[in-house]
Ligand binder design. Structure first.
Ligand code: FCB
Length: 455
């Protein structure tokens, strides 16, 4: 443990957040596992995407990543040493379902069964995400999420996984960030499968939400005592100026970025104004879909990174908005605005407008260009400062009555950051990708000390 001078001690302690608060780190399968061909895994859309020249900034892929597939015991030892009591990870669908209509892949299920035993043995509560963007390629070949058949395929996959693992895993997250699945994957093409079609993206968005709604009762049926939710990427939306045009732009932008997901999930249906703006690009929905999406859940997962500043822009797509990046704001080395107040505002707003029974910050973190010192240490003061201030922001929301019951830092390890490859480091532990050596950064040491009541 570090001996902190009193001036550096945080005016917060683990205990302030309440008993049973979940203290975790988050990861996702494609970003850390590697083992691309191990255990009968078949290609995902990300394997295919990475083969396209120019789409991943450093030309890399996820074939090895953090080699977590082979090194998970060491990684879980690290989580335990940090004092975590929870660990959020995702299951790789292509490890479980190898081909359309095939029997589940026993080796894939066994990998996760062993991992879960390892997580539990170290005193951590496993939080499992079923879909964190690695769709089997064979499903994409048949239309991917734009096909309604993928909804049924997801529900079947969720059924297989929860039957097998549900006696030990109680916390289930259906989807991670449907906005990203839909928009980055199918509209701006930044993510796999790299499509650039608004109608496709909006149809994908609908099917992802529908698959959530249809999977929840299946998970509940398979898992006694299940706690089920979804993790959304949510952003406070701020105006570039106080002109009426920019204020209206904020409302339109917010309606798609946030309310398009929250409203139907919490039984209000899709925002009608946004649906009208979509015009011919609006998704095809069937009777009963909206009701299915509104299935009650046990918690909302909030992934918060940064607020968005928008202005009115007639050339800005169906929303006629543009996200701008004003000068003079604190930013990470990735360029993401650092705005802890946004965390408090967001949590308060969701609690006020939707009253989810419980909320968990399922992701929050920062990417800085870490420098390894001669002695091997990584003195990421900026990341530690980010973490401290965001925890304070969560506590402020809690003090105002928001039922936040956990915080998962993104991420346990530096990893494959999607189209940025290995150029963006979000880990509390540094990964030397040449040697696979893990080193707890100063921020990770601070989190460890905080969780042990010593920071
Ligand atoms: C989130 C993703 C996660 C990671 C962080 C930095 O949007 O869910 O996988 O890439 O951003």
């Amino acid at each position: 443990m570090t001996n902190y001078p009193s001036a550096l001690r945080t005016p917060l302690s683990r205990a302030d957040f309440g008993p049973g608060f979940q203290w975790g780190c988050s990861t996702s399968s494609f970003q850390i596992e590697g083992g691309a061909q191990a255990g009968g895994r078949v290609p995902s859309i990300w394997d295919t995407f990475c083969e396209q020249p120019g789409v991943i900034r450093d030309g890399s892929d996820g074939k090895v990543a953090c080699d977590h597939y082979h090194r998970w015991p060491e990684d879980m030892d690290l989580g335990k040493a940090m004092g975590l009591n929870a660990y959020r990870f995702s299951i790789s669908w292509p490890r479980i379902m190898s081909a359309p209509g095939a029997a589940p892949n026993e080796e894939g299920l066994q990998f996760y069964s062993d991992l879960i035993d390892g997580v539990l043995a170290r005193g951590l509560v496993p939080w499992v995400t079923l879909y964190h963007w690695d769709l089997p390629q064979y499903l994409q070949d048949a239309g991917g999420w734009s096909s309604r058949d993928t909804v049924a395929a997801f529900v079947h996959y969720a059924d297989v996984v929860t039957r097998r693992l549900g006696s030990r895993v109680k916390h289930w997250i259906t989807h991670n960030e449907p906005w990203c699945t839909a928009i980055h994957g199918n509209f701006d093409g930044m993510h796999a499968p790299g499509l650039k079609s608004l109608p496709t993206a909006l149809q994908v968005c609908h099917h992802v939400l529908l698959s959530h709604g249809l999977a929840v009762p299946v998970i509940r049926a398979n898992v006694p005592g299940a706690r089920v939710g979804i993790a959304l990427s949510l952003h406070p939306v701020m105006p570039a100026s106080d002109t009426p045009q920019d204020l209206e732009a904020v409302a339109r932008h917010d309606a798609f970025r946030n309310r398009w997901f929250l409203d139907p999930l919490y039984g209000r249906g899709f925002p009608a104004d946004t649906l009208a703006l979509m015009g011919d690009a609006a998704p095809v929905m069937q009777p009963g879909d909206v009701e299915a999406i509104a299935v009650p859940t046990d918690f909302l997962g909030v992934n918060y990174y940064f607020p968005e500043v928008v202005r009115h822009d007639p050339a800005g797509g169906f929303l006629a908005t543009r996200v701008i990046h004003p000068e003079g704001r604190e930013r990470t080395d990735f360029g993401w605005e650092v705005a802890p107040q946004g965390m408090t505002d967001l949590l308060l707003r969701i609690a006020r407008d939707y009253q989810p029974g419980e909320m968990y910050v399922t992701e929050n973190g920062s990417s800085y260009d870490d420098v390894v010192q001669a002695d091997g240490s990584i003195e990421d003061h900026a990341r530690r400062h980010y973490l401290v201030r965001h925890l304070q922001a969560v506590r402020t929301a809690q003090e105002q009555g928001v039922p936040v019951k956990g915080y998962f830092a993104w991420s346990l390890l530096d990893n494959f950051e999607w189209s940025e490859g290995y150029l963006r480091r979000f880990g509390l532990a540094y990964v030397d990708f040449a040697t696979q050596r893990r080193t707890l950064k100063l921020s990770g040491q601070w989190y460890r000390d905080f969780l042990h009541g010593a920071a």
